[in-house]
Design a protein around this ligand. Structure first.
Ligand code: 5AD
Ligand code: SF4
Length: 445
């Protein structure tokens, strides 16, 4: 059996595509940990922020020597940077054999056969408006994961002015509900208990396809799958967050009480320049309504600091929004120019040191809020889906609460809890996690 080294950058959508590539290669390749041992090296890339793209170039560059020593090794770059750069990538890095765009993942086996015949470099980056990712069933490879992701739609039609995604992932297209359900059923047969439904903007699921269910209806269909215990989804655009979807949090038992709702900025003026389609007040109103319907819901968000034209006053509105909403966790980034995105033409760029200082202030504020929220868990009993031993402390088990908090906990020795749903008593907190003690098993494994 040949060996494949696969490294994934970026979002869950990319992790999903990596899983599909491994499924396509199953039977011919087994995954390996070290690029030096591999017959095939695949880098699945992200271009959402400049830093992510730079990481890719430095990693792919490192394989130049390896390729010089062992020319038979196939080096492939896939994902968003592959889509964005296309031919430019092989010109800049002649040791790359394959550039596989975001709509061409399923063509990987065919591409490898061509390369074997000596046709290299191969650049497959065609995109079609109506492209629907074909069904690729997950391969049984003995890893037995407890949770999995399933893409329900590809692409994005929103064109936020900072964002490269519509250009590298194409227009919004929803996958047929039958494909989605079949894929999840197959995962559940393999032992998966929790599924995350993925899309750039899941709220618009099915809107363009006549006869498709709405997203809230799709969740209810997924919830009927026996043996599936938990459902999550990401990402949700605040402007399209419907009352129907909010109600699903209270009504569908399997839907976990956590929502990632990227706000990006607390200033209506900046939100307008970002082309986000909602104001600060409209966002806050959605949060208020959501908490009215489902009081225990945990919220997380994305923040961009230093968007072109962001003044100190605008930035303070972001801080005040963080204080007002009290997110469980946030992901915050310094604005960076991206290819094709409109904001790169905006003239009033914020200096790098101001962006860095603002990011620091956001981190400080959020660290305090996250810690306060984490502390409020002490003494409570939570339901955790056990994923296995903790990577950093293998003597502890790890899993997540329904509200998506990581819990590391101790359990009696010899108890095989991977894949079980258990109650844990929270005793302490880490910076980004909770610590506890096993109480009892609710279900499984
Ligand atoms: N600069 C900085 N952050 C960005 N994001 C997207 N584009 C940019 C950019 N040009 C952030 C947003 C988005 C997350 C995935 O990445 O916050 O929600
Ligand atoms: Fe990165 Fe966006 Fe591509 Fe995901 S879709 S890999 S976040 S650029």
């Amino acid at each position: 059996m040949k060996r494949v080294f696969l490294k994934t950058f970026g979002c869950q959508m990319n992790e999903y595509d990596s899983e599909r590539m491994l499924a396509l290669l199953a039977g011919e390749y087994v995954p390996c940990e070290a690029p030096e041992e591999a017959d095939l090296i695949l880098i699945n890339t992200c271009s959402v922020r400049r830093k992510a793209e730079e990481k890719v170039y430095s990693l792919v560059g490192r394989f130049r020597h390896l390729k010089a020593r062992r020319p038979e090794v196939v080096v492939g770059v896939c994902g968003c940077v592959a889509q964005q750069e296309g031919e430019r990538l092989v010109k800049r890095m002649p040791h790359v054999d394959l550039v596989l765009g975001t709509q061409n993942v399923h063509r990987l086996p065919e591409a490898l056969r061509e390369i074997e015949k000596g046709r290299r470099p191969l650049v497959l980056t065609e995109m079609r408006r109506d492209f629907v990712p074909p069904l690729i069933l997950p391969s049984p490879d003995g890893r037995r994961p407890v949770k999995a992701q399933v893409t329900i739609m590809q692409g994005c039609d929103n064109f936020c002015s900072y964002c490269v995604v519509p250009y590298v992932r194409g227009r919004e297209v929803s996958r047929p509900p039958e494909d989605i359900l079949k894929e999840i059923e197959c995962l559940v047969e393999r032992g998966v208990r929790e599924v995350t439904l993925l899309g750039q903007n899941v709220n618009s699921y099915g809107k363009k396809e006549p006869g498709f269910p709405t997203f809230a209806e799709l969740i209810r269909l997924v919830a009927e799958i026996p043996g599936l215990w938990r459902i999550r989804f990401t990402t949700s655009h605040p402007k399209d967050l419907s009352e129907d979807l909010m109600r699903a949090f209270a009504e569908v038992d399997k839907l976990c009480e956590h929502l990632h709702l990227p706000v990006q900025s607390g200033s209506t003026r900046i939100l307008r320049r970002m082309n986000r389609g909602y104001t600060r007040d409209e966002y806050l109103e959605k949060v208020r309504r959501l908490r009215e319907i489902c009081p225990e819901i945990a919220l997380t968000t994305d923040i961009i600091v230093g968007f072109p034209g962001e003044t100190e006053e605008d930035f303070r509105e972001t801080l005040s929004l963080l204080e007002e909403v009290r997110f469980d966790e946030i992901f915050s980034f310094k604005y960076s120019d991206r290819p094709y995105a409109r904001a790169r033409e905006f003239s009033d760029k914020v200096p790098e040191e101001v962006k860095a200082e603002r990011l620091e202030r956001v981190h400080e504020l959020q660290a305090r809020i996250t810690q306060e929220i984490n502390r409020s868990y002490i003494g409570k009993t939570v339901e955790v889906l056990v994923e296995g031993p903790s990577e950093t402390r293998p003597e502890l088990l790890t899993g997540r609460t329904r509200t998506n908090h990581v819990v590391n906990f101790s359990a009696p020795e010899g108890l095989d809890l991977k894949g079980a749903l258990v109650y844990v008593l929270i005793k302490d907190t880490g910076k980004h996690s909770l610590r506890g003690e096993y109480l009892k098993t609710v279900k499984g494994p």
